[in-house]
Design a binder for this molecule. Structure first.
Ligand code: ARG
Length: 257
């Protein structure tokens, strides 16, 4: 082998070694702490959303998973993904857990493990303020409805006879669609609808009092990882016992009834 080729080979080898080292570094933090890769869809206030800093994630779920990570001795890394891409990412092993206001249901239990429930929720309907004809779920027949793709709202909307269901990428998109009069109603998780009414400057919409479903949120974990499920449940239990969970609940939703 000529000297020139040898030098080139050495350079190539060094480049590969640098790449391998780079890949490995994201599994453990620099200080050797274990990393918990969390997937969420951060457009769902008050559970997960981005503030003014695009790399900072805020909300009840974000605070809760950081507290769980701390309890478990893991550094928490948040990955903002499409909601309908979360379970595939978990199955592919790209993330370790999902916390995303995700409802525990049978369909999802086929694919993932869930932690114990951490929040009681349900769905509600949002309509323009001046609409007096839609008073509840049964008035949605034949109407145009916006929902976020891959959600329990999408499942419910599809059960309504004659309804035209628009499946959009985020819950923010469903609100925009309603404001633009592209649909007659939005179905979404009640706390998120309520928060939108309070926080947005949109004075032209209202939510209906009827709660369509009762749903529990859970943290999703890879189907094969019962060990991680145990750790998450133990941490959640601890936070409920030591008052930390209640503190976070109050911070985001006010005192528990
Ligand atoms: N609870 C509903 C579901 O599990 C909606 C969750 C949407 N979450 C979000 N971060 N966009 O299907």
């Amino acid at each position: 082998m000529s000297k020139k080729i040898l030098v080139l080979c050495m350079a190539a080898l060094m480049a590969v070694m640098a790449m391998v080292a780079g890949c490995g570094s994201d599994k453990k933090a620099a200080d050797g702490e274990k990393v918990l890769k969390v997937g969420t869809n951060a457009d769902f206030a008050p559970f997960e959303f981005q503030g003014t800093d695009p790399n900072a994630y805020d909300g009840f779920d974000m605070d809760l998973i950081r507290a769980i990570g701390k309890e478990m001795g893991y550094k928490v890394e948040i990955n903002n993904l499409a909601f309908d891409g979360l379970i595939p990412s978990l199955e592919a092993g790209n993330i370790d857990v999902i916390i995303s206001g995700m409802t525990i249901n049978e369909e999802r239990k086929q694919k993932v493990l869930f932690s114990d429930p951490y929040y009681q929720s349900g769905l509600s309907i949002m309509v323009p303020k001046d609409n007096d004809s839609i008073k509840g779920f049964s008035d949605l027949k034949g109407k145009k409805i916006a929902v976020q793709i891959g959600t329990t709202s999408a499942n419910e909307a599809k059960k309504i006879s004659g309804a035209e269901v628009k499946e959009l990428n985020s819950s923010a998109d469903t609100f925009i669609e309603l404001a633009a009069k592209g649909v007659d109603a939005v179905i979404n998780d009640r706390p998120v609808n309520d928060r939108y009414i309070v926080e947005s400057k949109n004075d032209n919409v209202k939510t209906l009092p009827e709660l369509l479903t009762a749903e529990d949120y859970g943290i999703a974990i890879n189907k094969n990882n019962t060990e991680l499920q145990g750790k998450v449940n133990a941490a959640l239990k601890k936070l409920k016992e030591n008052g930390e969970y209640d503190k976070l609940y109050e911070k985001w939703f006010g005192a528990k009834k």
